[in-house]
Design a protein around this ligand. Structure first.
Ligand code: AMP
Ligand code: MG
Length: 360
């Protein structure tokens, strides 16, 4: 986890672009960016608080650095690395961030029927991500079976302030959820410090409060997965809402001339194919982050069923196929405004027996 991701950078830049026209009459919202947790973070302050943007960024960066030291899988001294090193040795005292993230990982693992699984670490590494060495060829089925035997969120142990992993060799990788969690932690901190109109972004996981200026909503561009710098539209967000995108263009390895993306199907051990991008809007950044990864694995039909467990969450799917197609789950049409050029390709998801699917 915590590797540089291009998608997030673009999203961050587009918050500014979305505001440019609206803000040119008077003071513009201010943005400050920084590198942390292996990706680009940023804070944007609305026009009324533009002078405090530097303070907001400093508070956010400090808090994100603290979390990185605890949650990074790359640092052997992080609490997460110690938890992984002690796999199979029962429960040990854990800090509140690790306890909280593992508890949430259990929830998302359960509700996704294992599509979202933070214990997918051994498989992620076998494909050359998260500190694993890039393999010369795709891992054999025998290797994947061996790695999959170590995968299973039900073997995460959380009890009374202690955590552990039931099997030796298990590896927790929080790359699919920790950035959203960090954004929520920072938003709470900024609110405590009196901030009202701001956006916190970490690698494409964003949460927005207040307004960029009176009468306007925060707007986040959604990248076109098939273009280096194009967008398919914007998402408008109101008070406290978050957005996260998982994409096959963000991180990938090339093995034998073929591209493999960084999101794994924990049921097969293979990188997910068939999906180019999934964007989720949710009431918290950690929810948006976990759901965008889960729905990337599940796809539109199963993903829409999973969303029925979540209030005020909606998703946008872009399948990985020629001819741009954008599928929206119920509720996403309130947030997403497609670029005029792609409006024709926008449909609502029809997800079998998913409640409310197909309505617009
Ligand atoms: P995101 O960009 O938020 O979708 O997270 C992708 C990252 O989550 C990957 O780089 C891995 O670190 C991790 N990951 C990969 N596959 C899964 C999965 N099926 N469930 C949970 N985390 C995963
Ligand atoms: Mg995620």
């Amino acid at each position: 986890m915590f590797k540089r991701r291009q998608g997030g950078i673009l999203l961050a830049a587009l918050v500014v672009a979305g505001l440019g026209l609206a803000a040119c009459r008077r003071a513009e919202p201010r943005q400050q960016s920084f590198q942390v947790m292996g990706t680009l973070g940023s804070v944007m302050a609305g026009t009324g608080e533009a002078a405090r943007c530097g303070d907001y960024a400093a508070i956010t960066l400090n808090r994100m650095r603290e979390l990185e030291a605890i949650l990074s899988v790359y640092s052997p001294t992080s609490e997460l690395s110690r938890l992984n090193a002690a796999a199979g040795q029962g429960l040990a005292p854990a800090g509140r961030h690790v306890s909280m993230l593992l508890s949430m990982a259990l929830l998302y693992g359960t509700l996704s029927h294992g599509a979202f699984d933070v214990t997918v670490g051994p498989v992620v590494q076998a494909w050359g991500f998260s500190g694993g060495r890039k393999p010369a060829e795709a891992p054999s089925e025998a290797t994947l079976r061996e790695k999959l035997a170590l995968v299973g969120y039900t073997n995460i142990l959380v009890s009374g302030g202690k955590c552990g992993l039931a099997k030796p060799g298990m590896v927790v990788d929080l790359g699919g959820i920790a950035k959203g969690y960090a954004v929520d932690v920072c938003c709470r901190e900024l609110i405590k410090q009196g901030a009202k109109d701001f956006v916190v972004n970490l690698g494409g996981n964003m949460r927005c409060y207040g307004r960029p200026e009176a009468g306007r909503l925060w707007r986040v561009g959604v990248r076109d997965p098939f273009s280096a710098d194009g967008t398919i539209g914007v998402i408008e967000l109101s008070q406290g809402m978050a957005v996260s995108t998982s994409g096959n263009y963000e991180r990938f390895v090339e093995i034998g001339g073929k591209r493999y993306a960084h999101i794994m199907d924990p049921r097969t051990g293979w990188p997910v194919t068939g999906m180019a991008g999934v964007t989720v809007v949710a009431p918290s950044a950690v929810t948006a982050d976990a759901l965008s990864t889960a729905l990337f694995v599940l796809g539109p039909a199963e993903g829409t069923k999973m969303l029925t467990f979540f209030t005020n969450c909606a998703a946008l799917f872009v399948p990985d196929k020629s001819g741009l197609e954008i599928q929206l789950t119920p509720g996403m049409d309130r947030h997403f405004k497609a670029n005029p050029a792609v409006t024709a390709g926008v449909t609502m998801v029809a997800a079998g027996d998913a409640a409310g699917a197909g309505r617009r």
